[in-house]
Ligand binder design. Structure first.
Ligand SMILES: [Zn+2]
Ligand SMILES: [Zn+2]
Length: 378
């Protein structure tokens, strides 16, 4: 069992969830906790409400960044003692647990700094929208803490408790939200031929996008999932003048995503123009692919052995996206899953809660990884 301080911190964070970009109180709470453990330096308001605590070794050496996330998600959670105090917002992705693990690392590092190099504990804002990692890495002050290695864990329901789940190469898919807007001309429903309805084009776009799903072409994995569509108004007397289709595109590589984006754009243009409609596309929630570095994976596996943590190597990347890809595109790194238990409720659902016993596993792993990379224990 983790100690009471971390347990209490995790539950306190859980009770005070904040949505992406609005994590001011969470950031302040973490800052107060960290100040009690004297990091050599803190960087505040990094890419928004982000926070980095730096612990330095005496000797020169590499900088190792460990990342957790500050934000919660828009979910109404079920009853529990450490209930969310914000209506319709909950730590249903377990970021409260990830933060508590890094706070535990701060406490350990205060007692025993690395022998060489630096450890940067990064509390990143706005992971859920894909905006946070990009904002942090674009912040001019990020240059000072730019890492040589970057690591992040994410608890993962559906896998055995405490098991690392990872692979080298593509780990999490790139994803991108497509919003296609079609514009026509309304008519009385008795004389539809006098208007210009987006109805058929909208249907064809939905069908064509759905045809873009494939798993093993030479471009790798590609997926287009229709998530929303809207057409005109809920009336019987008028034909629609506007239509909207929303789809989420995914691919396991940036090249694959570029190709998918180009085809989706072609589909919208072709069908809109064939029906004489105006059209426009907006791209939202853009996540890069997260590509794990081979050497960084080897270090993590070595650390897992030393920490007595089981490791499962995936065959395929995770379909879900993670904005940690912004860091792995800058520096060698690993994003990995840490099993929350095979029957643990899924992420982003109302009964989900971070499993407290995972705090210890995460701490052991990070400790072994820091020992390996910065403490001459190869
Ligand atoms: Zn998450
Ligand atoms: Zn999430």
């Amino acid at each position: 069992m983790p100690d009471d301080v971390l347990l209490e911190l995790r539950r306190r964070l859980h009770s005070l969830p904040e949505l992406s970009g609005g994590e001011a109180a969470t950031s302040a709470l973490i800052r107060d906790f960290l100040k009690g453990h004297q990091p050599d330096r803190m960087v505040e308001d990094l890419g928004g409400h982000g926070l980095a605590a730096i612990f330095r070794g005496e000797k020169e050496g590499p900088t190792v960044l460990l990342r957790c996330e500050l934000d919660a998600v828009p979910v109404w959670e079920s009853d529990r003692p450490h209930q969310s105090t914000a209506d319709g917002v909950a730590h249903a992705c377990g970021h409260d647990g990830h933060m508590a693990i890094l706070c535990g690392m701060a406490r350990q590092l205060a007692q025993r700094r690395p022998e060489s190099g630096r450890v940067v504990l990064l509390f990143q804002p706005a992971e859920e929208t894909g905006a946070g990692a990009a904002a942090v890495s674009a912040d001019p002050r990020f240059a000072d803490i730019r890492p040589d290695w970057a690591f992040a864990l994410h608890n993962l329901p559906g896998y055995p408790f405490g098991q690392i789940v990872m692979k080298s190469g593509p780990m999490a898919c790139a994803s991108r939200g497509l919003m296609a807007m079609l514009g026509g001309k309304p008519a009385h429903a008795a004389w539809p031929e006098t208007g210009c309805s987006p109805a058929l084009a909208l249907g064809r776009i939905v069908t064509a996008l759905d045809g873009e799903n494939h798993t093993d072409s030479k471009e790798g994995f590609a997926q287009a999932t229709i998530v929303h569509a809207r057409l005109g108004e809920e009336v019987f007397g008028t034909t629609p003048a506007e239509g909207v289709v929303m789809a989420t595109l995914r691919s396991d590589s940036e090249a694959g995503m570029e190709a998918l984006v180009a085809r989706a754009r072609e589909i919208v243009q072709r069908e809109a123009e064939a029906s004489g409609l105006t059209w426009a596309i907006e791209w939202r929630d853009i996540f890069p692919a997260t590509i794990n570095d081979k050497d960084a994976c080897d270090h993590l596996q070595g650390a897992a052995r030393e920490a007595d943590v089981d490791c499962r190597i995936l065959e395929e990347p995770m379909r879900a996206s993670e904005d940690f890809g912004h860091f792995t595109s800058l520096t060698p790194g690993v994003l990995f899953g840490l099993g929350s238990g095979e029957n643990h409720p899924a992420l982003h659902t109302r009964t989900y809660d971070f499993p407290d016993d995972l705090l210890d596993v995460g701490l052991r792993l990070w400790r072994a990884l820091i020992d390996r990379l910065l403490n001459d224990r190869q």
